[in-house]
Structures are given as structure tokens and as C-alpha cells.
Design a protein around this ligand. Structure first.
Ligand SMILES: Cc1ncc(C[n+]2csc(CCOP(=O)(O)OP(=O)(O)O)c2C)c(N)n1
Ligand SMILES: [Mg+2]
Length: 579
């Protein structure tokens, strides 16, 4: 408020305690238990970040907004509270928006709070500093988008953002805060009264009894039942009930990538190593927080043993998910915890054991596949192939099951998913529904910040490049993160050649023999270069023992990978090329 304005007030008014937008936003976040912000400073949010830190919020500053956004998104997944990403206007906002869209696709609760330029100028397109109609751009890419224009509405704005992010199917929310809002001053008492504590932000959604009975009837009729656990099941934190449901029914279960560890991958009922058999030959499939998208071949076709018919039971909080790709015989709409509890209460001592011929068939296939893979994991050669290197990391996680594994790449991702067993819930974080590169360092940082647990990030050399500068952030905050780069000199392989024969390298290859470990050393972290699985194991053990930021450059045979890892079939082909 200007001096002139103060002078015009009646006597006594000038001494009344005032507050401003900066403080109201901080107070609104704190009132709702939000204690960490991930972001990048700049106009108009630099002072806001400083004040938030001064007020006791942990503010983690990144080198690029997309990584801060990915950190916020995975913080949301791990805590069931919206992760907060803070960005500057226009370009900073756009950098964070990719992460917000990815969070929405993956059903992670996140709020992107972005400063924005002056509305009057933006809306007349008069060319403001970092001018952009951010609200309009964010809207189609997230679950909800809000703008606050008046300090007195900050409490409501933050409350709406929190509720939208975590209730029902969680997702990304955009909150637009124009620069002028931060400096707006209102009476402190009025400001305090305007704040809203969100009561029961993610209300339980109880399934209808008839839907529960229908699901149980379909399940009971199965001769070859299968349970698929998705990352929604991991998010729900209904770990004990999910385990009880699986064990009481004795049904084989298949964990999707980020649901690994809900029950240990070494559990006798885990069918992870018999994936194609159980998808093809099952007759009733119950999906818990898993969607029938491309990752499950849309629930149809050869993978699912068509033309034979299959019955699906689907547990999801979002009614629109039902029949998205195929008919769902028993839709069970509600939150996963409530649905699983309701099913459990219908499963008594008389519930039939899972048919033993089916259980035995699955077990035989799984044992066969595990035995086939075993010798490949023990190869101690230089340069390493993927299996040899992953064999070493598999032992690391077996010995340290509390470690959080972050994983991205193509071969590095697909092979690690199959080889590295996970033993506890929410210990595997990866590229999710989109198969997006770039989540690595953001996920690793937030996993360490939110849980305090050691983090092992297993990264393809290409994948790492998308967020690699954040090794400085890891060193700056001294986080217990060990990054292992599977360095095969490129995307999928390091052996491609330029078909035109010119001086330019092929499109998929990188500088040969790069030493990514030196990047970590540049910022005071520990770097190591390893060429055998034994060396790799020793270096990772040392990193996890010390808790020091470490980057291990693991030299992988450049010829070892395959095109697009395990999803090469998705590459478009022209009939002309086949001539
Ligand atoms: C944002 C984004 N850009 C591009 C891609 C395409 N892509 C898929 S995997 C991959 C990198 C694979 O190479 P690397 O990480 O080195 O794994 P490798 O197969 O060599 O182990 C790329 C660029 C993507 N998935 N996401
Ligand atoms: Mg590579």
C-alpha cells in the first residue's frame, strides 16, 4: 500500500496488522500440511520462494522446471498429498507443464503453481514480459485449472487445487498466480479468516454392495483366475488388505511395473515371470488399479489369447474407465482400499481354493523362465551386457530391499523391470503410462527428500541426458542418491552408422566412451567408472553404504541392446519397405 493511501485512512487504521499475497499463499499451504516445494526461482516468484523457505517450508531449487515438476509428481504418488511445483511465467511454466500433463496421465496428485504476467496486458496481447495466457494453455492438459486474482481468494484457490488434485482419480492441477497478487495487501485478520483447511480431501468412495457381489460371483466362477495389480493399487497404500486378498484367494498375481513389491516379486503366487502364459490362458482377470491401455495390449488380441473369451473384473475409482477398451463383466467403482475391503469381507473360510491345475501350470512356466534367465545374470564379462550388469543390481536390491529404484531408458528399463526383484511397496518408480524419458533425476531427488531412504537410479545413457544437470542439485542438497548409467554409447545401441556415409554420426549414437562419472565429480560427488558386474556391485554397495551422491558409469557392450527395448513392434512400418 502506498504512503498516500495510508495517510488517507482514518486514525488507527494505519496501525492495523496487514498481510499480503506472499504470506497468505504460504499460510494456506502450511495450513494444509504442505511442507515441500520443488521449483526454479525467477520473476515473479523469487521472493515467494525465499519467504516460503524462511517460513519453514522445504524449498528444493532445480536447474530445470521439468525435473522439479517430475519431483513434485512422484512426491504426490509417494505421499498421497499433492506435490507442489513452482515456476516462473511463460517458458518456466511450459517447462513444468510437461510434468503436469505426465502426472495427470499417471494419476499422480500434483499442483503446478506458476507466477504469470499482468492480466490486463496479457489479455490485450500488448507484449508483457513473459506474456502468455497460461490458464488457457494448461486447461486441456490437466485435471483442473484455477486462477486467483484477489488476495482474499487465495485460501479458496489453494483449497480447490488441493481437493481437485487428490480426490477421485488423482491428477495434475494448475494454479495461476499473477504477479500482482503476491504484493496485494489485506487486513491480516480478514486474511487469516479467508484460509481454508481442506477437510477429508480424498473422501472414501464405497462400492455398491451389488457391484461387490457381482465381482465375487464372477471371481468364484473362474477356472483360471488372474489378479493384475496396477500403480493405482500401489498409490492406495492399502498394502495389507491387498496382500490378504491375494493370499486368501490363492490366485496368481501379475504386478504392473510400479506395483512391483506390493507383494514381493519372489512371492509364490507372483506370475511376473509367466506373463504371457497368464495373460493368454486366464479366464477371469481382476484388475486392481490397472487400466487396459497399451501396456496391457488394450485387453484384446493375441496377447490375451483371442478368439477365446475372457471376463474382466475391474476395480477403479473412475467410472469412465470401465469398458474403455473391452466389456467389463464386473465393474467395481470405488477407492481401492474400500473395494478390496468389501471383497475381503465376502471371502470367508468356504471360499474355494484357486484351481490347483492352473496354479501348477503357472508355477511350472514361471520356474522354467526363471531357470532360463539365471545363467545370463551371472555372466561376469567386460564389457558387460545388460543381463550381466542387472544381475549385480538385482543382488544389491535383494540385500537392501528398502532402497527405492528409479528406472528409465529402453533396454535399460525393459530388462531391469524383468530382472530386478522388488520386495516392498512403492520401491520402484519409472517412466509410467507414457514411457517418458526425463523422469530420472526428478524422481530420484523427490524419493530421497520425501522418504529419507537411499535411492538407486538405473538410467540409460540417453534417458539420463534428459535430466542429467540435476546431479548438481543432488550434490547441493547432499542426497543419498546413487545413479548408475548403462552406457552403451547411444539410444538402444551404440553401433548404428549414417546410411549416407557422411561425417555426421548416426541419429541414435552418442560420443563413444563418454565418462558421465566426471559430471558428478564436477560438483563434489563421487564418480566411478566400472566395466564388470563385480566392479559395479562393489561401487553401488559403497555408494549406498556412504549415502554420498554417486554416479557410476557402467560400460555396456554397445551392440547388446535391441531397437526400442521390448516395444520395437510399436515402430511404424511401411509396406513399401518390406518389398
Ligand atoms: C520425452 C521422450 N523423448 C523421446 C523418447 C523416445 N525414447 C524412448 S527410449 C529413449 C532412449 C533409449 O536409450 P537409452 O536411455 O540409452 O536406453 P538403452 O536402450 O540404450 O538402454 C528415447 C529417446 C521418449 N520415450 N520420451
Ligand atoms: Mg543407451
Amino acid at each position: 500500500m502506498s504512503d498516500a493511501a495510508v495517510q488517507l485512512k482514518p486514525a488507527g487504521e494505519a496501525e492495523r496488522e496487514m498481510t499480503d499475497g506472499f504470506h497468505l499463499i504460504i499460510d494456506a499451504l502450511k495450513l494444509n500440511g504442505i511442507n515441500t516445494i520443488y521449483g526454479v526461482p525467477g520473476i515473479p516468484i523469487t521472493d515467494f520462494g525465499r519467504m516460503a523457505q524462511a517460513a519453514g517450508i522445504r524449498v528444493i531449487s532445480f536447474r530445470h522446471e521439468q525435473n522439479a515438476g517430475n519431483a513434485a509428481a512422484i512426491a504426490g504418488f509417494l505421499t498421497k498429498q499433492p506435490g507442489i511445483c513452482l515456476t516462473v511465467s511463460a517458458p518456466g511454466f511450459l517447462n513444468g507443464l510437461t510434468a503436469l500433463a505426465n502426472a495427470t496421465t499417471n494419476c499422480f496428485p500434483m499442483i503446478l503453481i506458476s507466477g504469470s504476467s499482468e492480466r490486463e496486458i496479457v489479455d490485450l496481447q500488448q507484449g508483457d514480459y513473459e506474456e502468455m495466457d497460461q490458464l488457457a494453455i494448461a486447461k486441456p492438459l490437466c485435471k483442473a485449472a484455477f486462477r486467483v486474482l484477489h488476495a482474499a481468494d487465495i485460501g479458496i484457490g489453494v483449497a480447490r487445487a488441493i481437493r481437485a488434485a487428490v480426490s477421485g482419480r488423482p491428477g495434475g492441477v494448475y494454479l495461476d498466480l499473477p504477479a500482482k497478487l503476491f504484493g496485494q495487501v489485506i487486513d491480516a485478520e480478514r486474511g487469516a479468516k479467508s484460509l481454508v483447511k481442506v477437510i477429508d480431501p480424498a473422501p472414501a468412495q464405497i462400492p455398491a454392495p451389488a457391484a461387490v457381489k457381482r465381482a465375487l460371483d464372477v471371481l468364484k466362477s473362474a477356472k483360471r483366475p488372474l489378479i493384475i495389480l496396477g500403480k493405482g493399487a500401489a498409490y492406495a497404500q492399502a498394502d495389507e488388505d491387498i496382500r490378504a486378498l491375494v493370499e486368501k484367494t490363492g490366485i496368481p498375481f501379475l504386478p504392473m511395473s510400479m506395483a512391483k513389491g506390493l507383494l514381493p516379486d519372489t512371492h509364490p503366487q507372483c506370475a511376473g515371470a509367466a506373463r504371457s502364459t497368464v495373460l493368454k490362458d486366464s479366464d477371469v482377470v481382476m484388475m486392481i488399479g490397472a487400466r487396459l491401455n497399451w501396456l496391457l495390449s488394450h485387453g484384446k488380441g493375441k496377447t490375451w489369447g483371442e478368439p477365446h473369451s475372457k471376463k474382466f473384473i475391474q476395480i477403479d475409482i473412475e467410472p469412465k474407465e470401465m469398458d474403455s477398451n473391452v466389456e467389463i463383466a464386473a465393474p467395481l467403482v470405488g477407492d481401492i482400499g474400500s473395494c478390496v475391503q468389501a471383497l475381503l469381507s465376502g471371502i470367508d473360510g468356504k471360499w474355494p481354493a484357486a484351481p490347483s491345475d492352473w496354479v501348477n501350470t503357472v508355477k511350472a512356466k514361471k520356474d522354467e523362465n526363471i531357470a532360463k534367465m539365471a545363467p545370463r545374470l551371472m555372466k561376469n564379462t567386460a564389457p558387460m551386457d545388460f543381463h550381466g550388469a542387472l544381475g549385480a543390481l538385482r543382488t544389491v536390491i535383494k540385500e537392501r530391499p528398502d532402497t527405492i529404484l528409479v528406472n528409465e531408458g529402453a533396454n535399460t528399463l525393459d530388462l531391469a523391470r524383468g530382472v530386478i526383484d522388488i520386495y516392498k511397496p512403492r520401491r520402484r518408480l519409472d517412466v509410467g503410462t507414457w514411457g517418458v524419458m526425463g523422469i530420472g533425476m526428478g524422481f530420484a531427488i523427490a524419493a530421497a527428500v520425501e522418504t529419507g531412504k537411499p535411492v538407486l537410479a538405473v538410467e540409460g545413457d540417453s534417458a539420463f541426458g534428459f535430466s542429467g544437470m540435476e546431479v548438481e542439485t543432488i550434490c547441493r542438497y547432499n542426497l543419498p542418491v546413487c545413479v548408475v548409467i548403462f552406457n552403451n554409447n547411444g539410444i538402444y545401441r551404440g553401433t548404428d552408422t549414417n546410411a549416407a556415409g557422411g561425417a555426421d554420426p548416426a541419429t541414435t549414437v552418442f560420443v563413444k566412451g563418454s565418462r558421465y562419472d566426471k559430471m558428478m565429480e564436477a560438483f563434489g560427488g563421487v564418480g566411478a567408472n566400472v566395466t564388470t558386474p563385480d566392479e559395479l556391485k562393489r561401487a553401488v554397495d559403497a555408494a549406498l553404504d556412504s549415502g554420498k551422491p554417486t554416479l557410476i558409469n557402467a560400460v555396456i557392450d554397445p551392440a547388446a541392446g535391441s531397437e526400442s527395448g521390448r516395444i520395437g513392434n510399436l515402430n511404424p512400418q511401411s509396406v513399401l519397405r518390406k518389398k
